[in-house]
Design a protein. Structure first.
Length: 305
């Protein structure tokens, strides 16, 4: 009994010097590290810097954008679509309500600058998926083309004459476009009617947007075509279209044009667009001047959040 008591007394100092395991873990410098918090999902309001071309794995999404403008809530907005290419520039500003470039109603306004002259357009626009309607007025001041004496037909030299007064036309226009999904692509449709004004009595003029010589006032146009879509999200398209135009006051004025059209979407903001629609049937012999090359370049789009 006395031996056991003695051993216990001798062991007490040693036991007191052994630190508790939990206390050692709390006080040891090597162990006293605060664990890192678990990763948190990024806030929807925090977005990486904007780049001209997307840098994430979805080639259609710009870093600061939603999946598309169609997913944003309807709202009042300002948007731009800037077209620039070979000898032309067409910036367009839109003020509207809805989803930009998708489903909206509002006002379009754009200056027009090209090698042929200067102009401006303004009007109302209504757009829903697969359908687009605009009604407005276009003014154009030609650098080279003049008012023309009315003739049954014209040659290229008639159009390029330096005689006469430089043409300044005002065109009132209504135009509807449709791009309807069908099979492996889209059916392309267009219909427009134009009223050309500010032309002296008894004269005709080359309408710079329609690319046709007009004896005022009316011109109608119809387009039909088909574009095959391709890409991971069918974002690109290439196809063939045919245009049919008529000037009621010109006898035998039926004009038929046809050719390929192209659209390549590099991102939600940037597209490469082109058309090479040449005249096949026409009362005039204007060469490529009478073709539709209104899109041969790059389009950049932007809309307020």
């Amino acid at each position: 009994m006395r031996a056991s008591l003695a051993l216990t007394v001798l062991a007490l100092p040693a036991l007191c010097c052994v630190p508790d395991r939990a206390s050692a873990q709390e006080t040891s410098p090597a162990k006293a590290q605060v664990p890192e918090p678990p990763p948190q999902p990024p806030s929807p309001d925090v977005r990486p810097p904007l780049g001209l071309f997307p840098i994430d794995e979805d080639a259609l999404i710009d870093p600061r954008m939603r999946r598309s403008w169609a997913t944003a809530p309807p709202r009042a907005f300002v948007s731009t679509a800037f077209d620039f290419g070979f000898v032309y520039a067409r910036p367009r500003v839109s003020l509207g309500y809805g989803r930009p470039f998708t489903s909206w109603v509002g006002i379009d306004a754009n200056p027009i600058a090209s090698g042929a002259g200067l102009g401006a357009y303004g009007g109302l626009r209504f757009e829903i998926p697969y359908f687009d309607l605009r009604v407005g007025t276009r003014y154009f001041w030609a650098f080279r083309h003049t008012y023309l004496d009315t003739e049954p037909s014209y040659e290229r030299l008639d159009l390029e004459t330096s005689e006469g007064t430089r043409a300044k036309t005002v065109t009132y226009e209504a135009e509807a476009d449709a791009a309807i999904p069908a099979g492996p692509g889209r059916l392309l449709l267009r219909a427009s009617i134009s009223y050309v004004d500010n032309v002296p009595e008894g004269q005709s003029v080359f309408e710079e947007t329609l690319r046709i010589i007009v004896e005022p006032p009316l011109v109608w146009r119809a387009r039909v075509g088909y574009a095959f879509t391709f890409g991971e999200r069918s974002q690109h398209g290439i196809g063939l279209v045919a245009d049919f135009l008529d000037v009621p006051k010109r006898d035998d004025s039926k004009t038929v044009r046809a050719g390929p059209v192209l659209r390549m979407a590099l991102s939600r903001r940037v597209e490469v667009r082109g058309s090479f629609v040449v005249p096949l049937v026409s009362p005039d012999r204007l060469g490529l001047v009478g073709g539709d090359f209104t899109e041969l370049g790059v389009r950049y789009r932007w809309a307020s959040e």
